[in-house]
Design a protein around this ligand. Structure first.
Ligand code: HEM
Length: 236
């Protein structure tokens, strides 16, 4: 690793905003072991929209020289896992029940724009989500299971990466692939800016979700499809 490695530069430039993301109300709820079913379900809805867009744009650009090295659909794709979790919590008609805040739409809009106009910047977005999921996300999954009193790993597929047997090694490979992408100086600077923006977009989604929890009637949020979940008391 050298100072010129994109993986090092991106980590450095997002360090401060990573701490901000950790301190959002939603992430703090996870860390305190107090995440509620209502919070988690709303998060899953937004993640579904975000990953649908990200994975669509990644696939469409999978032959692009800037995207191909970090395109790992078998190992990383999250969309089907999230769909499974949504079906578990909302039932078979989960698609009709998805609710997302404006911030999620803005995030998706940016992903589409990048996919069309500057696909190489998808690296910054894929890094922010997938490496995050493979890092702190692993701890959050275990905490979520306990917090919500879920008996099995059902509803928690989002956190599981069956195609990645060793996350640490996989992250090393991912970073080396990021570093293999050829970038002009202008592109490199743009990439670093885009990574900070990707974190910012995530923070805005988390903050908007918290606001939604205050406005959506409790009954609506507590509609659940399974026995085990129905019997839970959900403090929101
Ligand atoms: C890395 C924790 C939220 C994105 C990490 C690492 C930890 C961590 C411990 C380092 C793992 C390692 O060095 O191997 C947490 C915790 C969070 C949280 C406790 C919330 C409570 C987030 C969020 C995002 C994110 C919301 C982005 C949306 C990342 C990324 C990395 C990372 C991209 C990889 C950094 C790198 O190695 O370049 N996180 N994180 N994290 N996290 Fe988070």
């Amino acid at each position: 690793m050298t100072d010129r490695d994109l993986s090092e530069q991106i980590k450095k430039v997002t360090m401060e905003i990573h701490t901000r993301a950790e301190k959002t109300e939603l992430m703090m709820s996870f860390m305190r072991g107090q995440v509620t079913l209502a919070q988690y379900k709303l998060l899953l809805c937004s993640l579904y929209e975000v990953y649908q867009t990200l994975e669509e744009e990644m696939e469409r650009n999978s032959n692009h020289p800037g995207v191909a090295p970090i395109y790992f659909p078998t190992e990383l794709a999250r969309l089907d896992a999230i769909a499974k979790d949504l079906e578990y919590f909302y039932g078979r008609d989960w698609r009709e029940k998805i609710v997302v805040p404006a911030a999620t739409k803005r995030y998706c809009h940016r992903l589409r724009q990048i996919g069309k106009e500057n696909p190489v910047f998808l690296v910054a977005h894929a890094y922010t989500r997938y490496l995050g999921d493979l890092s702190g996300g692993q701890v959050l999954g275990r905490i979520a299971q306990k917090s919500m009193g879920l008996k099995s790993s059902e509803g928690l597929s989002f956190f599981a990466f069956p195609g990645v047997s060793n996350p640490t090694l996989f992250k090393q490979l991912y970073r080396s692939r990021m570093n293999s992408v050829e970038l002009t100086e202008e592109e490199r600077n743009g990439m670093l800016e885009e990574a900070v923006r990707a974190f910012e977009l995530n923070i805005q989604v988390f903050d908007d979700l918290q606001k939604m929890l205050l406005t959506i009637p409790k009954q609506k949020l507590q509609t659940c499809s399974t026995q085990s979940v129905d019997t839970l008391q959900i403090p929101i």
